[in-house]
Design a protein around this ligand. Structure first.
Ligand code: SF4
Ligand code: SF4
Length: 197
């Protein structure tokens, strides 16, 4: 191992230092995976993901960052509630998603998830709350899934699930400005932390 490689902090080390999630605390009881509502769709269950991180080997870390699991986690916190060691998995997932994107190795499903989140936030920023039709249109353009679920549209209109017009405008611009400032601050910290490594 080169001196540079020896100095490179592992993902487990960075999780502990940067977001205070102790991967080593996990004793692999499996309660998180048993309660996770989307575990059956994941390529690695939450507890397996933690096990791979515990091994602290580059090939396992890359497997974690490339996994679909990161993009299926909905942040429901069921796992933390069940965990006897209070391992904050949703917080770890947030960190790992950012890291996967920063390294350019995020699972392809991540693009759709990000497209959905951006379309949702633009809708809220634009009209102050969700404007379904606008959000669906933007999501389809961003994701490229132009004709996906089109057959469901007529029934959704008839049942009033999708409005044709925005519901009204509210002043949420300041909230978005504060979030963007916080994101910039975090990005600056990450850059500084990367320079220290
Ligand atoms: S927060 Fe994520 S990993 Fe935890 S139970 Fe919910 S979906 Fe599963
Ligand atoms: S519930 Fe907690 S201790 Fe048990 S496997 Fe999941 S993260 Fe590890």
């Amino acid at each position: 191992m080169t001196a540079a490689a020896a100095k490179t902090p592992t993902l487990a080390g960075r999780l502990a230092r940067e977001v205070q999630v102790g991967v080593a605390d996990c004793d692999q009881c499996g309660k998180c995976s048993a309660g996770c509502p989307v575990a059956s769709e994941m390529d690695s269950t939450p507890s397996r993901l933690l096990h791979m991180l515990q091994l602290e080997l580059p090939q396992h870390e890359e497997q974690v960052l490339r996994s679909r699991t990161l993009w299926l986690c909905v942040g429901c916190e069921t796992c933390v509630t069940r965990c006897p060691k209070e391992v904050d998995l949703p917080r770890a997932m947030d960190f790992l998603r950012r890291e996967a994107l920063a390294r350019g190795i995020a699972h392809r499903d991540g693009r759709d998830v990000i497209a959905f989140h951006r379309a949702f936030l633009h809708s809220v920023e634009w009209v102050g709350r969700l404007f379904e039709l606008g959000m669906i249109g933007e999501y389809k353009l961003r994701s490229g899934h132009l004709f996906q679920d089109m057959t469901a549209a007529p029934a959704m209109f008839l049942r009033g699930k999708v409005g044709l017009l925005p519901h009204g405008r509210a002043k949420v611009a300041r909230l978005f400005e504060r979030v963007r400032a916080a994101e910039k601050e975090e990005e600056a910290k990450r850059t500084a932390s990367g320079a220290d490594r």
